[in-house]
Design a protein around this ligand. Sequence first.
Ligand code: ATP
Ligand code: MG
Length: 717
Amino acid sequence: MTEYVLEGLNEKQELAVTTTEGYIRVVAGAGSGKTKALTNRYAYIVENLGIDPSNILCVTFTNKASTEMKKRVRSLIGSGCDTGLITTYHGFCVRVLREDIFHLHYPKQFIILDEEDQKTILREIYEELGITIRYNSFNNMLKKIASYKMDPAYVRVVTNPNSKFNTSEEMELEKKIMNMYLLKQKKVFGLDFDDLINFTFILFEDFGQVLDKWQTRLHYIQVDEFQDSSLRQFKLINMLSDTNENLFVVGDPDQTIYEWRGARPEYFVNFDKAHPTCQTIVLDQNYRSTPEILDVGNSLIKKNSLRIEKDMFTHNQKGLKVIHYHGKHEEDEIKWVTEKINQLIEEKQAKKSDIAILYRASFLSRFIEQGLIRENIDYTIYGGMKFFQRKEIKDALAYLRLIISGDDLSFLRVVNTPKRNIGKKRIQFIKEKADRENLTYYDTLKKYAGDSLFNSTKALEFLALIEKYKREYAKLTVSELLQKLLLESGYDQYLREDGDQNRIDNLSEFFHSIVTYEQSIGEELLLDEYLQQITLFTDSDKEDKRDSVKLMTIHTAKGLEFKYVFLCGMTDGILPSSRSLEERKVAALEEERRLTYVAITRAEKEMYITESEGLSRRGSKKYPSRFIFEIKQNLVNRIGMLEEEFYQESVRFVEGSNFMLGTGDIPLKESESTMDIGTKVKHPVFGEGIVKEIDVKKNTYYIQFAGMKTTKPINGA
Ligand code: ATP
Ligand code: MG
């Protein structure tokens, strides 16, 4: 028995770790050690049951989380084993497809298309059809494609070698674009992120032996953040666990923040109904945050009506009250934040990397960055532009992909970068010939490079380079191959002449990441496997190398923790988002409230919420988020000038766009119900009022506030 796997766990965590068989669900609030239990359980199964890691699937929500978990697992069980199945849904699908996609007549070196690749395909289609984005923007069209792909049945059509795609003249344009898109995708054997899940799904549905193999192989399955599973993900996990019936899921319904993207928390909530033998373990001790932070989180999330009540406690040391800073304008807000950061560094010996600045939408990072730059505070943004979607990185990847798959997309990217005098006219020639002769663009160029049309070009040199490395790549490491390709193709020189230092730095960062990756896997890195893995990675997944303040959206911060957290730009219309307010649906507003809860519960020691007056992007006046006022007032320390008049204005604004009030769903605690009808009250936001009615059943006061037409139910605290 390896005791250290259980060391320091509380009783319920220990139960979660040692109950290895059957269906188990762990429900708990933020910071209660769910992920820790999941990690230790993995180690427990390996060490105490002697199960090989290749028989345990452990699904996490982001690459960052899976990298983190691999590290933690390795520290528990040693680094010698293959932890490749500690992965994301997409990572797992790539793994399955590499092994079994041949059943669907696709090669194992299929390529993964990111958003930019998808747009490149659309651009080609638009050109061929002679339409412009005035017809429909690429983003819109991609949304349509994604919604078409909600039903995975199309995979059967796409992968059937005999099926014909109708792209005839008289077809409806949108349908025609869709079919052309599928056709082009197929031609490059490209799978977008939706396809990864859908192909895997169809593979399991239609090929019993494949499903059987994976079901048998996966003795144990664990899923973190299960509350954010979509229908497809839920089905996939259920299929996979059907034979061994060892499925362990952990989650917190209060942290569902992806409903807008198809997450369905009810699968988690009703997990016990789907699996009647399921055992539910509830963790209730928070290890992450001070009692002050925990109280603020709890006080806010209680306002959601669609939730299961949980009681969390902590034995952590008391700390400072959560602070709400109200600035007069953006500069004032960020100035206060940077002063506070400097103070934390000087007075509390905080490292910059202990500090995170979170925000609702990535455009907010602009004013935050400006403030940090002004104060010379190093920072790193996680998220935003995807690292592997930067032009220079895509170019480098395209050179690599051309070696492996020779696909049209990679070809078009680099055939004339650097300039080889293969411009529009010659590309058009290649495209036409390729279509007619059913060849890839690369093979077409190979066939016609001797044609006089290519006399004044460097087509032959280009082909010689690619052919050479097609022969030799297996003998080289990926990093060696990349270095040679960039040097010999002239790309390196082209970047240098271009003189953009940023791009050169990005490319060396990319190079560095390959070397690190090669070292970390300890076995030979295969080029095709690398290319598939890399496409799934984003900026948010990069290693933290520098000591710098971390900037990210709340969505990216999910599952993570930081000693000091600033939640900036907490303006009504941003959080909650104006979209959620315009929808006027309780569910949308509640998701925004959960998002705020996620942000608050990331903090270990200190939590700061800031916002400022001024104009929003839409040109309207900014007011503090209604969520700030929903937090029990005595839990928050207010700093900054929030004048009475502005208060009242905020009230009227919130009131004007409020649809929660009036539904009677703001409950009172019994101990607080000490007011009688006629009692005068003063509310920090709504001002003075008189209790008009008390609904004991609902624990709600109905209060008439001065200057408001209707009576509003409100917490009388
Ligand atoms: P979230 O809902 O935000 O994902 P979580 O429930 O997954 O949170 P963890 O990230 O696993 O929580 O744990 C939160 C913090 O508490 C971590 O720093 C973890 O190491 C620590 N922790 C968890 N359990 C214990 C324990 N029994 N003793 C000491 N520290 C613990
Ligand atoms: Mg977690």
